[in-house]
Design a protein around this ligand. Structure first.
Ligand code: CUA
Length: 337
């Protein structure tokens, strides 16, 4: 899988941006969830079931078309009354026996699949808590005290338990290449598991309409070999070397002096807001606004100054500031890896 954000188009006028995004969606396979290109055992099973249903449907469709063609041709050739016994036989076989066999086979396959992939295939030493908000994902690693947003780092080759809870309305957690959908109903704990066999970035998407920015409620699952994943955990736990001088320090002071701190947390600083996404590793994320924009200096600057044109209806107000302050704050935020 390529880097998804490479395929995004730069924002221009709001009206045009929509058209460009739609064109990009059509042109770029990377932007569409690829449930039929499974990256793990659960999605592999689901894809197998899908193809099974597809081929059965294709054969039935073909058979119906052949019978229809034959019937139309026959009618023209002969005016003879059809044989009642033969008609009854065709109706019983085509209308009762075949559908029953097909539906029962599909039901057995589906029930077997539900029983097979509902539970992880082995122990899940790693647990990740995911909380859905309108319209972003809070991601917490309770074992390590790590918190991030809109991206889930997992090690490859092992099932990871994902515990799900919604903070507001019904959302649905879906990583098409790794597993099926799991609804997130407020007040109801749910769980699923993800296993990626190969390293890569897997697109996740909210799969239940949840308001204005439902389509911009994306996330990335970043799967890495266990050793690299452990390195990521160690860096997240160990860092928080906050700057004490220079432009980064000045940028940090501007951040801490702004209203940003009421909603955002940066570990190791007095900023402990929880209303918005944790920004402790904002500089290392591929995307901004839950998959709305690629994370680069231009989009980050635009997002801070006024995120509303970029993702209308999101809960972040504009944060006006001088361009000099903004540059320093961008430097600081980009340094948070
Ligand atoms: Cu959250 Cu749709």
């Amino acid at each position: 899988m390529g880097e998804p954000h490479n395929h995004r188009t730069r924002r221009r006028a709001p009206g045009r941006a929509g058209a460009i995004a739609a064109a990009g969606l059509l042109l770029s396979g990377c932007e569409t969830p690829r449930a039929l290109d499974p990256g793990g055992p659960a999605a592999g099973f689901i894809a197998g079931l899908w193809w099974f249903m597809f081929w059965i449907s294709a054969v039935i469709f073909l058979a119906v078309m052949i019978f229809l063609g034959a019937a139309l041709l026959r009618r023209r050739r002969t005016r003879r009354q059809p044989d009642d016994g033969r008609v009854r036989g065709v109706v019983v076989v085509g209308g009762v026996v075949v559908p029953t066999v097909v539906v029962v086979a599909l039901m057995v396959y589906t029930i077997y699949g539900m029983a097979t992939i509902d539970d992880p295939p082995g122990p899940t030493p790693l647990v990740v808590n995911v909380t859905s908000h309108m319209w972003w994902w809070d991601v917490e690693y309770p074992q390590y005290g790590i918190r991030t947003a809109n991206q889930i780092h997992i090690p490859t080759g092992q099932p990871v338990l994902i515990q799900l809870v919604s903070d507001d309305v019904i959302h649905s957690f879906w990583v098409p290449q790794l597993h099926g959908k799991r609804d997130m109903v407020p007040g109801h704990l749910a769980s699923t598991w993800l296993q990626a066999d190969d390293a890569g970035a897997y697109r996740g998407q909210c799969a239940e309409f949840c308001g204005l920015q439902h389509a911009h409620m994306l996330f990335l699952v970043v799967a890495e070999p266990p050793q690299q994943f452990n390195g990521w955990v160690e860096r997240q736990v160990a860092r928080r070397q906050q700057p004490t001088s220079g432009p980064l320090f000045r940028g940090q002071q501007i951040f801490l002096g702004s209203e940003c701190v009421y909603c955002h947390t940066i570990r190791g600083t007095p900023a402990t807001g929880t209303f918005g996404p944790d920004l402790s590793d904002i500089g290392a994320r591929a995307e901004l606004g839950a998959g709305t924009l690629p994370n680069n200096r231009g989009s980050l600057a635009g997002w801070i100054i006024d995120p509303q044109p970029l993702k209308p209806g999101n809960r972040m107000p504009p944060v006006p500031m001088s361009s000099q302050d903004l540059q320093l704050m961008l430097l600081y935020l980009e340094s948070l890896q």
